[in-house]
Design a protein around this ligand. Structure first.
Ligand code: GLU
Length: 496
């Protein structure tokens, strides 16, 4: 029987979740759902030095906002609890020790200062220091000490780490679901630390143990982990877990809008777009970074945009709901090359989703944002229908169409001083009267009335149209403002 598909999203709560992280979660979710499997949320918090207060809750909130809801894991529970690695600490040591016993790992006693010195020496010689097969026999580890000395040091409580012993001269290969067969030489892999001096496992060991114990079938993660993948393949092999190894899929990077390098928070600050799904307040500096939600994006649009950043459905269609994405998702259509982020296109997705949204629901939301509005819901619905095709964001309707909902507080004085002449007053009075006497206040009738009245007064539309707009949408002549405002929802032509 085929194994049930199980994917996981395994962020470290070190920073707020970047949109690239949300995309990783999304693809893992889509793949699990497409295959009627489970999507798991696991928190990888073994690096206590990088712990950031609030980051875990942020991850949960961000995924909820996007409707990328785990079936199992943090905040949800499940049969493989706990799902927070720090709470699983006692589980990992036995696997590190198993590797030592089988000769695939060793204790290393080198101090941080000694290693720093080795790094510095290498730098002066224009080399990079790597703790690997070429140097390990010269260093302070159990491979070079006699067993009694090793045991004595451990008994004395000397600090040590456990390192993977990577044999030189081997070839390691695996099949990545996106890149196909990937081959590495073992000489380029260092002896990765598996268990740290505080007894916590590193990512390298912890994710493998957890992926196996949690029966993960597909590990979908960022491309930055590709260089570590051969070490991971070796750990699976040395633990005798080759047949339990999940398929790996390394997702392409998200690139800056100009394609030069990885998308970072700084690009967002510089170019004025969010890189986080939700607003984030840095607990130490108090700095606030805005989020897509706070900028007025729909979660549907944000998710839609992310899905297409590195994947395509193989057709020209671009607007998809989460359910539609679930139907169509496959690794085949994920690109190998990095995906350039396009902030304008992101707005476009929002605009598309805005057009799909229900006018009554939008009207309900907008009406609660206007204090003391005397307009009823029917009016709001009409206004929404009028404004919706002209904006990209729901809240833009309130900004740009403010005059539809409340009396303006100021008007464009420049237009008035440039265009207003007292002898235009009779014209505007007759225009108001003509508007007021219309039986059917339809666009075409309004337009004809306007043109006829201007012609009868020997005026060209250009001389008065701008003024009329200011009168209606700015303060202007009160009579005209009120007369027209009653019908404004229908006066579409004035907005063109
Ligand atoms: N904790 C790792 C990270 O945040 C997870 C990588 C993975 O999904 O295996 O990058």
């Amino acid at each position: 029987m085929e194994k049930r598909v199980r994917t996981r999203f395994a962020p470290s709560p070190t920073l707020p979740l970047h949109m690239g992280g949300v995309r990783t979660a999304l693809y893992s979710y889509l793949f699990a759902k497409k295959n009627s499997g489970d999507f798991i949320l696991r928190i990888e918090d073994t690096d206590q030095n990088r712990f950031v207060q609030g980051a875990e809750q942020y991850i949960i909130d961000a995924l909820n906002w996007c409707s990328i809801v785990p079936d199992e894991g943090i905040g949800k529970g499940g049969k493989f609890e706990p799902y927070r690695q720090s709470e699983r600490k006692p589980i990992y040591r036995q696997y590190a020790e198993q590797l030592i016993e089988s000769g695939h790992a060793y204790f290393a006693f080198d101090t941080a200062e000694e290693l720093e010195q080795l790094r510095k020496n290498a730098e002066t010689e224009k080399r990079t220091f790597s703790y690997d097969a070429s140097v390990r026999s010269l260093l302070n580890n159990s491979l070079n000490l006699n067993p009694d000395e090793t045991a004595k040091r451990i008994a004395e409580g000397k600090h040590y780490v456990i390192r993977l012993k990577v044999e030189a001269g081997e070839e390691i290969s695996f099949t990545d679901l996106i890149r196909g067969k990937v081959v590495f030489k073992s000489d380029v892999i260092d002896d990765k630390v598996l268990l740290k001096s505080d007894g916590m496992p590193t990512y390298h060991l912890a994710h493998i143990v957890d992926d196996v114990l949690m029966e993960i079938t597909h590990a979908i993660r960022g491309e930055e982990w590709l260089p570590s993948a051969p070490a991971h393949i070796l750990i699976y092999k040395y633990l005798g877990w080759e047949n339990k190894m999940p398929y790996y899929a390394h997702l392409p990077l998200l690139l800056k809008p100009d394609g030069n390098g990885k998308l970072s928070k700084r690009d967002g600050d510089r170019l004025g777009f969010p890189v986080f799904p939700l607003q984030w307040k840095d607990p130490s500096s108090g700095e606030i970074s805005t989020g897509y939600r706070e900028k007025g994006y729909y979660a549907e649009a944000f998710v839609n945009m992310l899905a297409l950043l590195g994947w395509n459905p193989g057709t020209e269609q671009e607007v998809f709901s989460l359910d539609e994405l679930t139907q169509l998702f496959s690794f085949e259509h994920i690109h190998k090359a990095g995906a350039k982020f396009n902030p304008e296109k992101t707005k476009w997705f929002n605009e598309q989703w805005l057009q799909r949204m229900n006018d009554v629901e939008i009207a309900n939301r907008l009406s609660t944002q206007i204090a003391n509005s005397r307009k009823d819901l029917t009016y709001f619905i009409k206004a929404v229908a009028l404004l919706k095709p002209r904006v990209q964001f729901e809240n833009e309707m309130l900004e740009k169409g403010k005059y539809l909902f409340e009396a303006p507080e100021n008007y464009d004085e420049q237009v008035i001083s440039k265009k207003w002449k007292p002898d235009l007053k009779p014209f505007f009075n007759s225009l108001v009267a003509a508007f007021a006497s219309l039986n059917d206040f339809a666009n075409s009738n309004i337009e004809t009335t306007f043109k006829e009245t201007t012609a009868a007064n020997n005026l060209k539309p250009g001389e008065v149209l701008q003024l009329l707009r200011v009168f209606i949408s700015g303060q202007g002549t009160v009579l005209i403002y009120f007369q027209c405002l009653n019908y404004w929802a229908e006066m579409k032509w004035l907005l063109d």
